[in-house]
Design a protein around this ligand. Structure first.
Ligand code: ZN
Length: 334
């Protein structure tokens, strides 16, 4: 197999659905592995919940968001796979974002399944201090990034870290390179920080499948933010986590959104090159003003739309993403 080959979608129905902006069908990835699209009220439209049904019982990776529609989609997926809900033994959450984790609470309550999350993600969640996440404290953080007072308050109001602490406490803290507690299987945890502080991928050694969460998607470049209580250089971590996947370049990639594909090596190269290009743009923007704030930089960068026209949540994301780029330049390139 040629690890350098280009990125190729491996499920026509998924790629077609993506192009048509539709919900793809439940997809049988392997005889015992299923991709269940769970609808989502966001432009990415759905999260794939991956169901692995083996002798030891079933494991689900990323149950998706909660709500009646999502629950119905999961139930339909289990039915299509011929797996009774009570056969579910474990739920793995790749990272703390609600579109991956939210459904886990209900599903665990309905099935008694264990919930696993990366140990570094849980350590970070444990550090999320409610006082520091309070709207006033959050606004102070956004002002420190250079945002004007009214914007800082608006960003603080849409920041959602507080809800992260409301989930059921996961039963398993999954360590980097450990195997999931699924007898007879070799599902290995890979800590891939960047998109979130403790994001994990899972590598299925028997089937050569890489469950990549949001770390690697076929088209979208994952959002990397400077998080409170997280690494001072999340973008540096993200670049390192891309490189850490090189040994798995022959795997078929099963991402949480868009569609599954082969050609991981090519995708890692694309993502890395895109980030280096963006860093060059940030470096150019700061060239004459070494003390420029993340806000100053965000306003100068090229976005999908003019920065000033973004709604509050998108503008907040652009700001903390710019802050991550600036932090990387100041820490890693100096
Ligand atoms: Zn995410």
């Amino acid at each position: 197999m040629n690890a350098m080959r280009e990125l190729v979608p491996t499920a026509a129905a998924q790629a077609e659905a993506w192009a048509r902006r539709a919900l793809p069908p439940v997809d049988r990835v392997r005889p015992d592995v299923w991709a269940i699209p769970v609808p989502l009220d966001l432009p990415i439209r759905f999260t794939y919940a991956y169901l692995i049904n083996v002798a030891a019982g079933a494991v689900l990776i990323d149950p998706g968001a909660s709500g009646p529609e999502a629950e119905a989609a999961l139930d339909a997926g289990f039915a299509a796979a011929g797996v009774p809900l009570d056969a579910l033994r474990g739920i793995v959450v790749t990272h703390y974002h609600f579109d991956h984790w939210e459904g886990a609470d209900d599903l665990a309550a309905r099935t008694g399944a264990w919930i696993g999350i990366g140990e570094h993600e849980q350590q970070w969640i444990d550090r999320l201090d409610s006082d520091q996440l309070h709207a006033d404290a959050a606004a102070v953080r956004f002002r420190a990034h250079g945002a004007p007072a009214d914007r800082a308050e608006a960003f603080a109001a849409v920041e959602d870290y507080r809800f992260t602490r409301l989930h059921v406490e996961p039963t398993h803290r999954l360590r980097d390179r450990a195997l999931l507690p699924v007898p007879g299987e070799r599902l290995r945890v890979l800590w891939t920080p960047g998109h979130s502080p403790g994001h994990i991928c899972l590598y299925d050694e028997k089937r050569k499948l890489l469950f990549s969460g949001d770390h690697v998607l076929p088209r979208i470049t994952p959002h990397v933010a400077l998080n409170p209580f997280g690494s001072p250089d999340p973008l540096g971590q993200y670049l390192g986590s891309l490189e850490a996947l090189l040994p798995f370049a022959d795997a078929e990639v099963l991402p949480a959104h868009e569609y599954r594909f082969s050609g991981l090596h090519a995708r890692l190269a694309q993502l890395t090159a895109g980030i280096e290009e963006r860093l060059d743009e940030v470096a150019a923007a700061t060239a004459g003003t070494p003390d420029a704030s993340a806000w100053d930089i965000a306003r100068q960068l090229t976005w999908s739309r003019p920065f000033e026209s973004f709604e509050v949540p998108s503008q907040r994301m652009a700001l903390v993403e710019s802050a991550a780029h600036l932090a990387h330049l100041r820490l890693a390139r100096s």
